[in-house]
Design a protein around this ligand. Structure first.
Ligand SMILES: *Cc1c(COP(=O)(O)O)cnc(C)c1O
Length: 376
């Protein structure tokens, strides 16, 4: 028998953790759940995460682009599915034909969707996004009554069914930020305008992970939960302990270990110098694999049961860790981050060390790493 292949570096995703998180969040919020699986499931694998989320009772799945939504349909997902980010000329017809809910931000987009529904010969499932203060995508309140009137007219003539009206929060991770109350008030006004125009959508939704957890009044008919489904904390310092389980572990295999003499400097630019004799290990992943270069000299990994500091700069394909005099054999396991149960750092630790958020840590990791699924 040939030996088990050893992955040089891999992302291990625990699908049982995803199901646990989706169930926990669904029970907590008490409203239907949309699990957000855009950006390849925040780096966890879009198709596999969507399947796990459906198994755990997620009524909806959300993605950014039509391409992502079509890929889910191709993989066999048949449930309620919303996408929300297009540019002019995208293939709305394919989305309509696949029963995907599309989102319009403007009259121009409504016209494109109308044409596409005509081509397909069946009504679109249409959601409208109103900009309540994030000032990102969505219809500004100055155009909202026109957008709503056009949507109502299209519904009357059978072009589409308006299935949802929604918006997105700017500061849900800061529960006391005044934008939360302000946006919720604008959203309620926008819903009144839509209702007055005769729209009766299936779902009205505003909250992402932090909004869903921290702001019951923002839950409406549906919550769009991304980060928390992956077991990560959407509002560090504010989120109560919900027992969510981080689903992603990133591990690598130690490529080399060796002694390093006091006075020797490590990696490009020699930004770290050994003050005493020590030992170092070579970890075969770098910024081309999504390891942030900002983690240079600040983040830690777990080797042989101990936290080890990154020394010197993270390179494209590799970085060096301080083994503090230990000399484990090459082939040893290196855990960059995981749930944190065995002493390894978490994605949140890496985010804090690198000056970013855990969203970016898990989403960017990849490159040449392979992905493996477990179900613990
Ligand atoms: C990404 C995204 C979400 C999910 O946000 P989380 O903070 O990860 O829960 C929800 N809604 C929209 C519109 C998004 O773009």
């Amino acid at each position: 028998m040939s030996p088990l292949p050893v992955a040089r570096a891999e992302i291990v995703v625990d699908l049982a953790a995803i199901r646990h998180n989706v169930r926990t969040l669904r029970e907590l919020t008490g409203v239907p759940m949309m699990t957000v699986v855009k950006a390849d499931g925040y780096g966890h694998g879009m198709v596999e995460v969507a399947r796990a989320a459906r198994e755990a009772g997620s009524e909806w799945v959300g993605v950014a682009t039509i391409d992502e939504a079509l890929a889910l349909r191709e993989a066999g997902d048949t449930g309620r599915l919303l996408c929300w980010l297009t540019v002019p000329g995208e293939d709305h017809a394919a989305a309509i034909a696949a029963g995907i809910d599309v989102t319009a931000y403007s009259l121009a987009e409504l016209h494109e969707i109308e044409d596409a529904a005509g081509v397909v010969g069946r009504p679109a499932r249409l959601q409208l996004k109103v900009d309540t203060g994030l000032s990102r995508g969505g219809a500004p309140m100055s155009t909202w009554s026109d957008v709503v009137a056009a949507a109502a007219a299209g519904e009357r003539d059978g072009t589409w069914t308006v299935t949802g009206i929604w918006s997105h929060l700017a500061a849900s991770d800061e529960p006391d930020h005044p934008a939360n109350d302000a946006q919720e008030a604008v959203f309620r006004d926008a819903l009144d305008v839509a209702e007055a125009a005769g729209l009766r959508p299936e779902v009205r939704h505003l909250a992402n992970s932090a909004g869903a957890i921290l702001r019951p009044s923002a839950r409406f008919d549906l919550v769009r939960v991304g980060l928390a489904s992956y077991g990560l904390d959407p509002a560090p310092g504010h989120t109560p302990d919900l027992g969510l389980r981080p689903a992603m572990t990133v591990r690598a295999t130690l490529a080399q270990t060796k002694p390093l003499a006091a006075g020797a400097s490590v990696s490009y630019g020699h930004t770290w110098t050994a003050e005493t004799d020590t030992t170092v290990g070579l970890v075969p992943v770098g910024y081309a694999d999504g390891v942030p270069r900002h983690a240079s000299n600040v983040a830690q990994v777990l080797v042989d049961g101990k936290r080890r500091a990154i020394r010197g700069r993270v390179c494209m394909d590799q970085f060096v860790v301080d083994l503090d005099g230990d000399l484990p054999a090459p082939g040893h396991d290196v855990v960059l981050f995981g749930p944190g149960r065995d002493g390894e750092p978490t994605a949140q630790d890496w985010a804090e060390a690198s000056g970013t958020i855990s969203y970016e840590i898990v989403t960017r990791v990849g490159g040449r790493m392979t992905r493996r699924y477990v179900d613990k």
